[in-house]
Design a protein around this ligand. Sequence first.
Ligand code: ZN
Length: 489
Amino acid sequence: MGGVGAPAETARRWQTVIGLEVHVELATRSKMFCRCSTAFGAPPNTQVCPVCLALPGSLPVPNRRAIELALRAALALRCEIDPDCRWDRKNYHYPDLPKGYQITQYARPLGRGGELTFAGAGGASRTVRIRRLHMEEDTGKSTHEGMPGGATGVDLNRAGVPLIEIVSEPDLRGPEDARLYLQALRLLLLYAGVSDVRMEEGSLRCDANVSLRPAGSSELGALVEIKNMNSFRSVQRALEYEEGRQAAALDAGERIARETRHWDERRGITFPSRSKEEAHDYRYFPEPDLGAVGLAPAFIEDTRRSLPELPADRQARYEALGLPGYDAGVLVADPALAAYFDRMLRAGAAAREGAALLSVELLGRLNAAGIGVDSPECRVHPEQLAALQGLIASGSISGKIAKDVLDEMLATGSDPSVVVQRKGLQQISDQGAIGEAARAAIAANPQSVADYRAGKKQAADFLVGQVMKATRGKANPGLVREAIARELG
Ligand SMILES: [Zn+2]
């Protein structure tokens, strides 16, 4: 068995060290330094102007909203904020960068020294330190689509779109943790309202630095940078491949080359790339057309106060209400679902039972129909679902009948009490009526009675079932059980 085929043995010998560099497009309507639209999917080169093309005489003007969103992200990640952070020019030549430089932050980034705590592999809590968070503008995009004879076109619609780059310390110890960190980061930024964070549309992009070192060592091995991972799954797969590749090479006594490699999704491998990333001298210098960003302390404080409850706090609040960690996590992972649940709580729903009704019964039905809880097609409002939970809790209807009521609510948009009345589904808790039904079941099933008297206690369950059937599931099952026991004496 080679190194790749012996992961357990390899894991004992080598420790994997991963750091992620994440680019996030900010949810602004216009670009970082001009008024061009940032809308995704427009025809190529229709969202450009002299500023984002850096034509002579044009001057950049920072987008205040972009700076505010970047600040929200930095605060959500508990970064130390530099109110006097600066802009720099990063110089390089590439077809998707017609200016010949990119405006970014180098020496004085917006944020430093943050952290993100999340549930890592196996559910264990992990904290990854954030080295820096800085603002920059996006580049254009090379494309082969619609180009004649294999030519490469350049679409500059993306050039100048506001970005933040979030650089973690090399605190991740495996591919699964790296994926879970990235998913937690995405969720945090979604809650903070910073970005729509869609990996498939490129508004969330991730590069990874990965190296292996002898277990027990604290030095870093040769860094390999992995690019072109376009989904959470491909981040994990690419890192698993790379971990195996490096371990096999080290086991064979080879040296790992410091290089940039591309992930090939189809072939499931990484391969060395010769591209712009190889040219490392970017000749950074202070951006001469822009002054310091200049964040007033009051602006920083207002922004901090305007942050909503973030995922970790929400998770803790739900758990404090009695939800199991996993169930709370399911709700928190989808901001729309969590908002729905909060409205149920405000309407008086019991936390545990309400969460089950939402994430099992309602969500199961909506998923089957391909509808989201926040879609207008979802005709059951949180207050109505809370009312349904109340009807079950008060014993007005059984949990079984509640499923039928929910179906009807989804179809008609009616309140649960209206459905229960209209369809006569009120639970029968009247002792007299239940006693009568129990006697009828006993009279109709002498064999079960004989079995019961002969010691087969489960014969009573059959009789309970007969009563439930006769009342079309409406009888209170606890009372039926009591009545049967009483009549059998
Ligand atoms: Zn422009």
